[in-house]
Design a protein around this ligand. Structure first.
Ligand code: G1P
Length: 291
């Protein structure tokens, strides 16, 4: 099985849920502790040794390009001041070959993926949605790594599955399960955001995927619904012919496209950081005592 060498990150949302900050700051640049969310997502790719990354941005996202480019003055200054640790931090984004494409029409996730056609050049690729952070503790297998392993074994488009219940079922794409074997879920149907009663199982699709080479062409043949082409429509076709699998994953997922999810991610990352852990833990206990 050919190794996956490319990743696409759709990050072109207008960020209206985060107004007013998103008037001037693109949503992917919102920071969790001290790092923009988009950088965490790119760094997930270290676990699968993918260096070639395409970020699909909305027009006017120059600051994201700047973040992944050189900051020569700053780098020179940090080096000459002997601040090697800070220098390494500033240089971290330069380990990747990041390129950008603008999604000029807001035509959804499949529209964003179609913008990546020239970049993926008919190869399978990793797809990581820019609204979600996936965090694996030491000793856990990062989600994208697990998906690449399952893709390596099956050669089929591979989704990340998360169990959800009740009203949450209608927030996600949902999977019908044919069988489950050795941690691999064989999917036989997909519905996008079903009502709770129409859900096929408790497995929701989350924003990490390995997309097989055939999907790009399939997207072009789909009929748009509500002015959008649905990636899940292509998945449903693959599922019907037995060409779609999924897997659970270790670690945690943060929905940073949502205000509460974003704040939770900030709190948890502040508690993971040696620099802030003690002070923030004390502060949370103080606050909690008054709730
Ligand atoms: C998209 C997909 C959906 C998936 C979700 C994961 O929905 O369409 O199938 O479950 O991402 O976050 P969105 O959240 O962009 O509406």
């Amino acid at each position: 099985m050919k190794k996956i060498t490319k990743a696409v990150i759709p990050a072109a949302g207008l960020g209206t849920r985060f107004l007013p900050i998103t008037k001037a700051v693109p949503k992917p640049m919102l920071s969790v502790l001290d790092k923009p969310t988009i950088q965490y997502i790119v760094e997930e790719l270290e676990s699968v040794d993918i260096k070639d990354v395409l970020i699909v941005v909305s027009p006017g996202s120059d600051v994201i390009k700047k973040h992944f480019g050189a900051a020569e003055e700053l780098e020179k200054r940090l080096l000459s001041d002997g601040k090697t640790e800070l220098y390494e931090i500033a240089m971290a984004t330069r380990k990747f070959n990041v390129s950008f494409v603008e999604q000029k029409v807001a035509n959804g996730l499949a529209g964003a993926i179609l913008c990546a056609e020239d970049f993926v050049k008919g190869e399978p690729f990793a797809l990581l949605l820019g609204d979600e952070l996936l965090y694996a503790e030491k000793g856990e297998t990062p989600c994208i790594k697990r998906l690449a392993e399952v893709y390596g074994k099956t050669g089929k488009t591979t989704l990340a599955a998360m169990e959800v219940f009740g009203d949450d079922l209608s927030k996600y794409g949902n999977m019908g399960v044919k069988t489950e074997k050795d941690g691999i879920i064989y999917v036989d149907r997909i519905v996008e955001k079903p009502s709770v009663n129409d859900a096929l199982s408790n497995y929701a699709i989350i924003g990490r995927y390995i997309i097989g080479a055939e999907v790009m062409d399939m997207l072009k043949t789909l009929t748009p619904r509500n002015n959008e082409i649905y990636l899940t429509d292509a998945f449903d076709i693959l599922a019907a012919r037995g060409d779609l699998v999924a897997s659970g994953f270790e670690g945690k997922r943060y929905d940073v496209g949502d205000k509460a999810g974003y704040v939770k991610a900030n709190i948890e990352f502040a508690l993971k950081s040696e620099e802030t852990r003690e002070e923030i833990a004390g502060f949370i206990k103080e606050l909690a005592a008054k709730l």
